[in-house]
Ligand binder design. Structure first.
Ligand code: SF4
Length: 185
């Protein structure tokens, strides 16, 4: 039996998901570059596009990119909220809907009609396959659907900002971004 005093500390688990976003925030996460090697010494990835695990198990930290534009986004978000001790909204789309929320002042029915029935290359009907997730009337920030613990602003937040927050959380510190890491663009 390993000596508890010398046994390695259990790794934390991190889940990530992209909802209605462009994957730019995940690209920023990957931009921590060689620091990924430091990260995987202390953390394993749960559900994430990085490893293609489809469902989230119990985890310590969940990073959410993108807003909530359909029923599948809401299901994924709730799954991560239910399994993660700490949920972090990453980037403008998760925090306030971002670019996808530009459709919020338009009528969804009129949009579908324009795209599928009237626009260039229009199809004969609006797709209604039961496998397609129900489109919501607007794109919702994640904190309008579930409780969010922390927010990292930016479009996308820099790799340094994501790294700082991850480090703070892993080391049990109150997450804090210095002024030079705070960006909203
Ligand atoms: S915040 Fe910006 S980079 Fe991140 S998913 Fe939205 S559009 Fe992409």
């Amino acid at each position: 039996m390993p000596d508890p005093a010398t046994a390695p500390a259990p790794k934390i688990r991190i889940a990530t998901a992209s909802l209605a976003g462009c994957f730019g925030c995940h690209m920023s996460l990957l931009d921590i570059d060689e620091r990924l090697f430091e990260l995987v010494k202390v953390a394993d990835f749960d559900r994430s596009p990085i490893d293609d695990i489809k469902h989230c198990g119990a985890c310590d930290i969940a990073l959410i990119e993108g807003g909530v534009c359909n029923a599948d986004n809401a299901r994924v978000l709730r799954e991560l909220r239910n399994h993660a001790k700490i949920l972090v909204a990453v980037g403008a789309c998760a925090i306030n809907g971002g670019l996808p929320a530009m459709r919020n002042h338009l009528d969804v029915g009129a949009l579908l009609k324009q795209v599928y029935l009237e626009g260039d290359g229009a199809a004969a009907r609006v797709p209604d396959d039961p496998e397609l997730p129900l489109l919501f009337d607007k794109v919702y920030p994640v904190n309008e659907i579930v409780r969010v613990d922390y927010f990292i602003p930016g479009c996308p937040p820099s790799a340094d900002a994501i790294w700082k927050i991850l480090n703070d959380l892993i080391l049990g510190r109150m997450p804090r971004l210095e002024h030079q890491l705070l960006h909203y663009d």
